[in-house]
Every structure is written in C-alpha cells, then in structure tokens.
Design a protein around this ligand. Structure first.
Ligand code: AMP
Ligand code: GLY
Length: 418
C-alpha cells in the first residue's frame, strides 16, 4: 500500500521509520518531510496546512492511507476533507480535534463529565480575567484558547506577571484569533507525564508512557520549548497508575466525546500532572507528541499500519499492543538560541558515524542543500537510543550525540539523568 505522512519534524521521521518496517507498505510519501525522512520516503514540497494541495496529491497518487502528524491540519479539518473524498486518513475530525484546538472546549468537556483537571475560568474580557485572578490568587496559569505553537501558556507567580500575560495573550501576542478567549487555571504541582492513547472512538489503548522535558535548560529552567528530550518509561509509571489514568481520564474523555456526538479516532494525548490528589489533565492534544513519539515508537513491537487499520475499522479492541522491555531516551539537539532567535543553514557533520542497532537519529529541522545536510530549524535532531534502563539509554544517546556536529549545536545535558 501507498502511505502519505504529513509533517516535517522528528515525530514524522519516527512515523516514517516505523511505517517503513511494515510488510504491507510499498511506497511512502512525506509532505513536506526533511533531510532524514528523505532517505526512507519520497518527500513532496506541500506544506502541512495546504489542505487542498494535500488532497489533490493523495487523489492523484491514489494514496491508501494518510497519517497526519501536526495539529494544524487536524484542527483545519483535513480528516473531514479526505473522508469526503473516500480517502483513508488517520486522525480525528475537526470537531474532535477541538479538544486540542480550543482549551475552553476541553475544559468545559472535562467539567461536564467530571474528568480531573485544574480549576479554571474562561474569559473574553481582560478585566474579568484580572478580577478572577485577583480573587483566586497566584501562582496561576494563563492560556490562550486557540493554537499558539507552544507560545500560548504562561505560568504567573505574581499578579503583575499574570496581568501582563492576560494583556499580551489578548492583544495580539499569539497568532490569529488564538487569544480572543483565555483560560485562567489553578497552578498544579507534581510530576508531569505524557500519556498517548489510540482510540477508534470506543476502545482506548494507551501507548507506553513518556516524559517530556519542555524547558530549554538543565534542571527544568528557562523558557518552554517544543521539547528538549523524552524518556520512556518515566519513573512515575506503574501499572496501577496507568490503569487509573485509563479509567478516570482516557476512557471517560473518549466516551464524553462520543456522547456529545463527536467520535474521536486517532491519538488522544493527555498531558498530565501527577498531583498528591491524583492525576489531573493539563492539556489534551489530538495527535502524536513530539518528541514523545520518537521514544514510544522505538519501544513498540507491533506493525503500526495494522494498528492504524484497526482504528479506522473501529476494531481496536482486537489489537494487543506489545512493548520492548528496554527503555528509550531521546536527546534533542537544537540550534543555540532556540526557542528564541538562531542561525540556520549550517552544515551537519558526523551523521554517518552513528549507525548502530537500537539507535536512531530522527531529523527535525534539517534540509538537503547542494548535497549537504544543513540545519533548518530550532530543533534539529533527536538522538534516540534503547538500552536496559533509562540511564544506560541516556548514556548511549549522549555518546552518539557527541559524534554529531554543527556550529551552533546545543542540547540539555540532563535528559534521562534526573
Ligand atoms: P500546556 O500546553 O497546556 O500543556 O502547558 C504547557 C506547560 O505549562 C505544561 O507542560 C506545564 O509544564 C505547564 N502548565 C500548564 N498548565 C499548568 C497548570 N495548571 N499547573 C502547572 N503547570 C501547568
Ligand atoms: N511534546 C509535547 C507536544 O507534542 O505537544
């Protein structure tokens, strides 16, 4: 079968790498892809938010299965569009993807169905948001309602910071209409964990748990980024806790959406805080995480195409997911300056020196330029290793990361070592 994967990051490289292992697959396209994906798939220069361009391509090439990486095309309705043209596509329709696209929609759904999350208020008027913050106090968390490419969440420790965040988010500080509405939330304390689950709309099958390291610097300091590294399984994982999360959060959310007439098919990704009062939802995403997918797919034993087919057929209950016992660690190499300004177009050397079993260098911001692989983004590569435990996997990933070089290379030194 012919598969199209949409996106250009480390997550999409991991998806292409895993899909390429399926005996069912004869050809993989990736739109737009990157320099690493280019070795496994045919990259086509269509952007992930060009829905019509993607549709025309999928129809012309008679694509049998499309897999959507990023959130923007999902929220824009790519699944609805492809389904109207009888094309098989993996991901939720726009109405269900609103669980990521609108934080107020997600909060109201959790409220209505008693899914544990932080206390909150939704506001369209800055003055009302500020009054709520004054009454409820700080620390608090202020979030733009819509998609904001990771820049829409502020943890405010005092009133001044909180008011500044309200003004910034509501006055053009985030793209488009994302800040027309904001959510103000209670600040939760605990360990964070990323739990992705497959769902066909009825059955929920959690994937292996992962932990993301979002802050730019060691010891969880500095600004939030798209993710500086991941580990799987996280130390907080236990079978009992996983069962609790499935029973109290994942299954009730899928059921709530179904009750509301919004079948969710795809990956439901819950960002959770493990508080002393139990796990609570920080956010939902409607897609695979990046860089969570890199570590989770390294550990997955099943054929991903078979799994996706079972989701699309509403038959996920028939699948048993199996996982490698080994742990996985992904260390993200970035361009120095990220998540702020950084230089691009710098040659990456040493990629050929790290070919080992159980070790993959997933490309994110890379591009082929005159036969050379050069940097093209903030997150450049995700060096991902398997080993007997997290600490050994981290050692392997860091040893490989050392052999790769480009002028403004930087990474956190504490992934898998905390
Ligand atoms: P989100 O995009 O909503 O996951 O928020 C980004 C990051 O902000 C999360 O990964 C957390 O580290 C932090 N965060 C979000 N909501 C809260 C909360 N209610 N309490 C504490 N930290 C939060
Ligand atoms: N790593 C967090 C995300 O994919 O949103």
């Amino acid at each position: 079968m012919k598969v199209l994967i949409i996106g250009s990051g480390g997550r999409e490289h991991a998806l292409v790498w895993k899909i390429a292992q399926s005996p069912k697959v004869t050809k993989i396209y990736c739109a737009p892809g990157n320099a690493g994906i280019n070795n496994l798939a045919e990259c086509v220069p269509i952007e992930a938010d060009d829905l019509v361009g993607l549709l025309e391509f999928a129809l012309a090439k008679k694509i049998d299965l499309t897999i959507v990486g990023p959130e923007v095309p999902l929220v824009l309705g790519i699944v609805d569009l492809f389904q109207r043209h009888s094309l098989a596509i993996f991901g939720p329709r726009a109405k269900a993807a609103a669980i990521e696209g609108s934080k107020s929609f997600a909060k109201e759904l959790m409220d209505k169905y008693q899914i544990p999350t932080a206390k909150y208020g939704c506001f369209e008027e800055p003055q009302l948001a500020k009054s709520y913050i004054q009454v409820n106090g700080t620390p608090c968390v202020i979030k733009a309602d819509g998609l904001a490419a990771g820049k829409g969440v502020v943890v405010a420790t005092n009133l001044e910071e909180a008011f500044e965040a309200v003004d910034r988010l509501m006055n053009g500080g985030v793209p488009g209409t994302a800040g027309n509405k904001i959510v103000v939330e209670e600040f939760l304390q605990g360990q964070e964990v990323s739990v992705m689950a497959l769902s066909d709309g009825k059955t929920v099958k959690p994937l292996a748990w992962a932990k993301d390291h979002k802050r730019a610097y060691e010891g969880e300091q500095g600004p939030n980024t798209g993710g500086m590294g991941t580990i799987s399984p996280p130390p907080s994982y236990s079978e009992e806790l996983a069962q609790l999360v499935t029973e109290k959060i994942l299954q009730p959310t899928i059921d709530a959406l179904a009750t509301e007439g919004t079948l969710f098919q795809g990956v439901l990704f819950a960002g959770l805080m493990l508080t002393k009062d139990g796990p609570k939802v920080l956010e939902f995403n409607a897609r695979f995480g990046d860089p969570e997918t890199q570590v989770v797919l390294m550990r997955l034993e099943n054929d991903l195409v078979e799994i996706i087919e079972s989701v699309l057929q509403g038959n996920l209950s028939a699948i048993d997911l199996t996982w490698k016992e080994e742990a996985a660690v992904c260390v993200v190499l970035v361009s120095d300056g990220y998540p702020g300004k950084y230089e691009k177009g710098l040659e990456i050397k040493g990629l050929d020196t790290v070919r080992e079993d159980g070790l993959e260098v997933f490309h994110a911001g890379t591009v082929l330029q005159e036969g050379k692989i050069v940097t093209a983004g903030g997150r450049v590569l995700g060096v991902t290793a398997l080993a007997g435990d997290i600490s050994k996997a981290a050692q392997r990933a860091y040893a490989a990361a050392e052999k790769i070089d480009y002028p403004n290379k930087r990474c956190r030194g504490d992934i898998g070592k905390l």
